[in-house]
Write a protein that binds this ligand. Structure first.
Ligand SMILES: Nc1ncnc2c1ncn2[C@@H]1O[C@H](COP(=O)(O)OP(=O)(O)OP(=O)(O)O)[C@@H](O)[C@H]1O
Length: 120
């Protein structure tokens, strides 16, 4: 069972859950995004948003959390491979952060489309 196809998939899922827990415990950027996810979830309940709006909201939350998690992994890898200052490392980290920026920008636009009509 341990080395079977299913056993490997289950173990992979376990590592992924461990990684998600590590992100939530140690990464400030993920903690901030998780806090925002809780606030918008409470807002969704408060404003009784529609099923379609929930789908867009959860998609946006997942997109930003995934981007932040991958950015944290790239930062950690870069620091491990080259702990000293280097323009290439700076470029790699900036590009990874740029990916998070795209995800966050789209999430803010989705949030605006959902909540501005409820608020104004
Ligand atoms: N080793 C390095 N060499 C050159 N520039 C770096 C290096 N490390 C960081 N930088 C620059 O500093 C910026 C911030 O990097 P840093 O690793 O501190 O990210 P951060 O978003 O502040 O993450 P965290 O708060 O999780 O440490 C990078 O985007 C890059 O421009």
């Amino acid at each position: 069972m341990r080395d079977s196809f299913l056993g490997k998939r289950i173990r992979g899922g376990g590592y992924a859950i461990k990684g998600a827990w590590l992100l939530l415990r140690h990464e400030a950027s993920i903690q901030v995004q998780f806090g925002i996810a809780i606030i918008v979830t409470i807002s969704g309940i408060y404003f009784e948003i529609t099923k379609t709006e929930w789908l867009f909201q959860f998609t946006a939350i997942g997109m930003v959390m995934a981007a932040e998690g991958l950015n944290s992994a790239i930062e950690a890898l870069a620091d491990f491979v080259h702990p000293d200052l280097h323009s290439k490392i700076g470029h790699i980290k900036d590009v990874a952060a740029g990916g998070v920026f795209f995800a966050a920008l789209i999430a803010v636009i989705i949030g605006g489309f959902i909540y501005l009509p409820y608020i104004f």
